[in-house]
Write a protein that binds this ligand. Structure first.
Ligand code: OXD
Ligand code: MN
Length: 588
């Protein structure tokens, strides 16, 4: 296979000249091709089959121990002017970026095969979808791209028709962290990544294309590329609402996207459209609609068990690639909190010894096609996407943020998103457990200046009168003894139900300066262990704590200087002033 598109051929030739591969393979995306890659990796020793009785067609890949997560400090946005990338990104000029990384690509594929992967982000015939081509020297990347994207011949046909595509060049290089860079050139719609074979650093369709490049593109074209799950919630009456929810990495997006209704809500159904990324567009009637650009999941494994996420637990029992999990003596994958089995070998392939730390790496992952998910929504393939009733932001906060609240207006909701903060987790390299600002859960993923991004969000209010309500959730509140106040997981549906009822204007709420909170009996707690005191702590705010929080948000926003939209500053000041005037509560 090659292509009739001369610009694509020319780019493939140019890359081959620079990287000097032994051969070039164009990927067609077929199931047979996937099987050949799996076979080839097993022969090369980079993939091993897991227990074929209990985990049919499941495989394990162990990465280099220095290459286990996204590397935000080595990730750059290379725009002509530094201010366009903004203080939220590492910046290099395009000239310097290309010079630095091209030198590393010189001869990088010598003795290796170079794979050309045409892919489509989003349903293959959706006007909202965008295509790309990834060139890589990693067969593991090709196999993952097959599960995560619509890759191969159909994507190539669309690329040939449209003539435009995002260029993604990837090589594992020598895996030396000192020669590892992930660079984005949004003005050229191109990505260059070297030195890592892991996840978001290497599967370029995901964070690099569908978030960093796409957010930049969305800004110029009038849509939004967001770090959001998309889930359909069907009531016992058969009415389905779709919500898009942004949570920072490893805060439970996968669990929420495939939630299992608790026994107390047995007539309800959950339909998963996406668990990491949403592309949001206004349709001709001014309705916000979402598509998931991906077609598979790259999810955190530890903690997945029959109780926390039965759907995910079952979904990864077949046709799954595991990365950096442990193994049992009968060759099943194992991870912390799996609740069955014992580790025999750890994530580095060594006999398990607790003295070496956890058996599975905390950021170990599964890669699986979305259609494996028992709650997969057929509408995930719908070219027009789904209408969004509510946008939900959230974070991992042991204090301050209540269980749920609703913004008073779109502009207020943009402030709620801009003020998102969360305790860090192992999904990225760096200290774990410190609170960091992560606006719209996009801190590592927004391909341009956050101040311009917030202005873009605010501009949607000028384009339609039917925007969804905006909410904030926090499943992670703790009491003084460190106990979680809310049971989480399936019980989170109780909170989603409150959100839907608010969207439909069916229930009242308590108005506070930070937004609308549930009334005392607003959230159904029948059958829950949560005491009245716990519920009060979860659904009220502490005015003094919130004054500190609002000041912190104000200070953070001001770090964006003159570009900060005045409307956002006005929202922050309004709330800070109301809080200082006393925590007024009134029913609404
Ligand atoms: C992810 C992340 O891998 O957000 O989805 O880090
Ligand atoms: Mn993510």
């Amino acid at each position: 296979m090659s292509t009739s598109l001369s610009t694509l051929n020319a780019w493939v030739d140019e890359v081959a000249n620079r990287t000097q591969p032994e051969d070039v393979v164009w990927c067609d995306g077929s199931d047979n091709e996937y099987k050949r890659f799996i076979q080839k990796m097993q022969e090369a020793g980079t993939l091993s089959a897991l227990n074929s009785d209990t985990y049919p067609d499941c495989y394990l890949h162990l990465s280099d121990p220095s290459d286990v997560a996204r590397v935000e400090h080595l990730t750059y946005v290379c725009t002509e002017s530094e201010i366009e990338a903004g203080p939220n990104n590492n910046w290099m000029s395009p000239a310097d970026g290309h010079a630095k990384i091209d030198a590393l690509f010189d001869g990088a594929m010598r003795g290796r095969t170079m794979y050309v992967i045409p892919y489509c982000m989003g349903p293959i015939d959706s006007p909202y979808s965008r295509c790309g081509v990834e060139i890589t020297d990693s067969a593991y990347v090709v196999a993952n791209m097959k599960l995560m994207t619509r890759m191969g011949s159909a994507a190539l046909q669309r690329i040939e028709r449209e003539g435009t595509f995002v260029k993604g060049l990837h090589s594992t290089g020598d895996l030396d962290p000192d020669r590892r860079f992930i660079m984005h050139f949004p003005e050229e719609l191109s990505i260059k990544s070297i030195g890592s074979g892991y996840g978001g650093n290497a599967l370029l369709g995901k964070k690099c294309h569908a978030l960093r490049i796409a957010s930049y593109q969305a800004h110029t074209e009038g849509w939004l590329a967001e770090h959001m799950l998309i889930v359909g919630i069907e009531s016992p009456e058969g009415e389905t609402h779709y919500i898009a929810c942004a949570l920072p990495s490893a805060c439970g997006k996968t669990n929420l996207a495939m939630l299992i209704p608790p026994e107390s809500m047995s007539g309800w159904k959950i339909w998963t459209l996406g668990e990491d990324i949403a592309w949001l567009h206004l349709d001709d009637d001014g309705q916000l609609r979402a598509v998931n650009p991906e077609s598979g999941y790259f999810g955190v494994v530890p903690g997945t068990n029959e109780d926390t996420n039965k759907n995910a637990f079952n979904m990864i029992k077949h046709d799954t690639i595991f990365t950096n999990v442990a193994r049992t003596s009968d060759n099943e994958p194992w991870w912390e909190n799996k609740k069955v089995g014992e580790p025999a070998l750890d994530w580095q392939g060594r006999p398990y010894d607790p003295a070496n730390g956890k058996a599975a790496h905390p950021n170990s992952r599964f890669t699986v096609a979305a259609s494996n998910n028992p709650s997969y929504s057929e509408l995930a393939e719908a070219p027009a996407g789904v209408p969004i009733s509510a946008i939900v932001f959230g974070g991992r906060r042991k204090e301050v943020a209540p269980l749920v609240y609703q913004a008073k207006s779109w502009n207020h909701g943009v402030l709620v998103g801009a003020g998102v903060a969360s305790e860090t987790t192992s999904a990225n390299i760096g200290e774990v457990g410190v609170v960091r600002r992560d606006p719209m859960a996009m801190k590592p993923f927004c391909g341009y200046n956050f101040a311009d991004y917030w202005a873009h969000w605010l501009s949607f209010a000028d384009r339609t009168e039917t925007l969804p309500g905006i909410f904030h959730i926090n499943w992670f509140r703790q009491d003084q003894d460190g106990k979680f106040l809310w049971p989480g997981f399936g019980e989170n549906l109780r909170v989603l139900r409150w959100i839907i009822e608010r969207c439909e204007g069916r229930i009242d709420a308590v108005e506070t300066p930070i937004g609308f909170l549930p009334e005392a009996d607003g959230i159904n707690t029948d059958g829950l262990e949560a005491s009245d005191d716990d519920m009060r702590a979860l659904t009220t705010i502490d005015a003094a704590q919130w004054q500190v929080e609002m000041d912190a948000i104000g200070e953070y926003l001001e770090s964006y200087g003159d570009r900060l939209p005045a409307a956002l500053r006005a929202e922050q000041q309004r709330i800070a002033t109301d809080l200082k005037a006393g925590s007024l509560e009134k029913a609404s």
